[in-house]
Design a protein around this ligand. Structure first.
Ligand code: ATP
Ligand code: MG
Length: 434
């Protein structure tokens, strides 16, 4: 294989390689020409290394090629590894030969460009060190989620993206023309997942979800990815345990295996590794008491807003489980708590620091009449949910499930200021390009 002839930059940056000749390939990250030395910072997916070409030491045509390089040109470089304290990374390549695979045009991204411009050229900004680090962590997060559920005996399964209605309903739905009918892009797999439980019992998915969020916040995407799980026989506590277990598993694995990337982004890997379930737990009612002490009075029965969640999280440095929200403001499938009919058997998990919701979950109501009542109250037609009610007609069992917003988790893990950098090509209210 051609690949075997080439050393990854990361592997060249090592004491073991000193004095050895290596072949590297990648892209020109920086380029500087002095009187008789050309410095090329070479980047590949694994790292960056300095390569020098000295006039007189290399054939004239090699020196000329090195001199005319432009940022982001693709090249192959042969050279010898030297230890050099002045070089970034402590090692450099004494260039011997150079092949220009493609000489780039003038690269449009330089220093100090506006956030808007960088979003316009996202297809090129994707090569930035920030995006490379985030994308590597993103890959690890997905890997960890699959691993966690697989280890727990959950089946991976899928629900349709095109749906006739929705569990969430309302103005946040994206309409799609489906032949001569109107259908909607999915917001959650939940209703379908519940119908799969009698077949597989413990299931999860990782899927895109769509919400026509007109809000311009740091935590809303119009297209995002969720990890969702649904489990037969699970009660609220089992479900909370499953989701806090997931968050700690991901944090541990990313903290252990992405140290370099985390540090570059300003996140201490040890902090991530200190995130261990069980998390602190309070009820909605207790949350209101904390907020009141902080001078933020919320009327019992109103949902927590962004600034209230953020204020609450100033008291915690780990994720927090908030449970038992008022039944009346919850989605129709969240059941009444038999011990306190004013609240539902549901919970959210809020992240520390940015203080946003990353998980929402609940037990699922088994009472068809209660659900119909709640749907009607929300202005929905219960007839559209007949297929769903069938799960309660043929061998209903207690069950629970949750959804985790993967970009929100990545945003917290990577200490990002905005959710858009947690995904390669963000779709928001104002942007659906490139
Ligand atoms: P919020 O109040 O922040 O809008 P939500 O209550 O609408 O969240 P849920 O309906 O419970 O969220 O969705 C489950 C999870 O999906 C959330 O905990 C969150 O992590 C994620 N999520 C929801 N909407 C978005 C979005 N627009 N962009 C990214 N992630 C989202
Ligand atoms: Mg929302």
């Amino acid at each position: 294989m051609e690949e075997e002839k080439f050393t990854k930059v990361e592997d060249a940056l090592s004491k073991k390689q000193v004095g050895k000749e290596v072949n590297l390939r990648g892209w020109v990250y920086r380029h500087r020409v002095t009187k008789d030395v050309v410095f090329v910072l070479l980047r590949d997916s694994s790292g960056i290394i300095q390569c020098t070409f000295k006039k007189g030491d290399v054939p004239e045509d090699v020196y000329d090629k090195a001199e005319q390089l432009k940022i982001e040109s693709s090249v192959k470089i042969k050279g010898v590894v030297r230890e050099d304290k002045r070089a970034p990374g402590g090692f450099e390549i004494e260039g011997k030969d150079l092949e220009i695979v493609h000489l780039a045009e003038r690269f449009p991204i330089g220093r100090d460009l506006s956030e808007e411009f960088l979003l316009d050229v996202r297809h090129l900004w994707i090569r930035s060190q920030k995006m490379i680090n985030v994308l590597k962590i993103r890959s690890k997060v997905f890997e960890s989620i699959h691993e966690y559920f697989r280890n727990k005996g959950f089946y991976l399964t899928h629900s349709p993206i095109l749906t006739p209605g929705s569990a969430e309903s309302g103005p946040d739905l994206f309409e799609v023309k489906f032949f001569d009918r109107k259908v909607y892009l999915t917001q959650t797999w939940q209703l379908y997942a519940e119908t799969i439980l009698p077949a597989l019992e413990k299931i999860y998915t990782i899927t895109p979800a769509f919400r026509a969020e007109k809000s311009r916040t740091i935590r809303h995407l119009a297209e995002y990815w969720t990890a969702e799980a649904e489990a037969a026989w699970y009660n609220l506590d089992d479900c909370i345990g499953l989701s806090e277990g997931l968050i700690s598993y991901v944090c541990q694995k990313v903290g252990r295996e992405c140290k370099k990337e985390l540090k570059t982004l300003g996140r201490d890997p040890d902090y991530l590794m200190s995130i261990k379930a069980p998390f602190p737990k309070i009820t909605y009612t207790e949350a209101l008491k904390i907020l009141e002490k902080d001078g933020m009075k919320v009327r019992w029965g109103k949902d927590l807003r962004t600034n209230e969640e953020r204020q609450l999280m100033t008291h915690y440095d780990k994720p927090l489980v908030v449970s038992h929200y008022p039944k009346d403001i919850m989605a129709f499938y969240k059941p009444r708590d038999p011990n306190n009919p004013k609240v539902a058997l549901c919970y959210d998990i809020l992240s520390p620091e940015i203080g946003i919701e990353i998980v929402g979950g609940s037990e699922r109501d088994l009472n068809i009449e209660e659900m119909k009542k709640a749907l009607k109250k929300a202005g929905e037609d219960p007839k559209k949910y007949e297929f769903y009610f069938d799960t309660r007609r043929y061998g209903a069992v207690p069950h629970s499930g949750f959804g985790l917003g993967i970009e929100r988790l990545i945003m917290w893990i990577c200490k990002l200021d905005h959710i858009r950098d947690a995904i390669p090509f963000p779709r928001t209210f104002r942007r659906c390009n490139p």
